[in-house]
Design a protein around this ligand. Sequence first.
Ligand SMILES: [Zn+2]
Length: 117
Amino acid sequence: MKLVGAAYCMRRVFRILLILGVLGVLLIIVSSVLVCGVGAKKPAQRNACINNLRQIDGAKEDVALTQKLKPGDVVLVDDVIVLLKGKQWPVCPAGGTYAVGLVDQPPRCTVAGHSLN
Ligand SMILES: [Zn+2]
């Protein structure tokens, strides 16, 4: 009678360990999928942001040429927007904000790694 009880107890312990093992494997799979998803998103956001910065830079150069601005002069955002596609200020996909900067400086994004350099 006691042996049957011990065998039953061992079977229950084995089932619990099996369930915990399966849950652990599932947790590892789900977390790795989530990490890969976030990791793949960042370069795409960075590339889209750099394309926005290139558009701003090109429009900014046009403004500097047409207004005959000198290095160190301020370029107004409103003058740049008029030359952008759709006449709309681009939005950084990672939530950063853009600064036009001076004539001799490249436009910048507030997100680290989003730059023309
Ligand atoms: Zn950005």
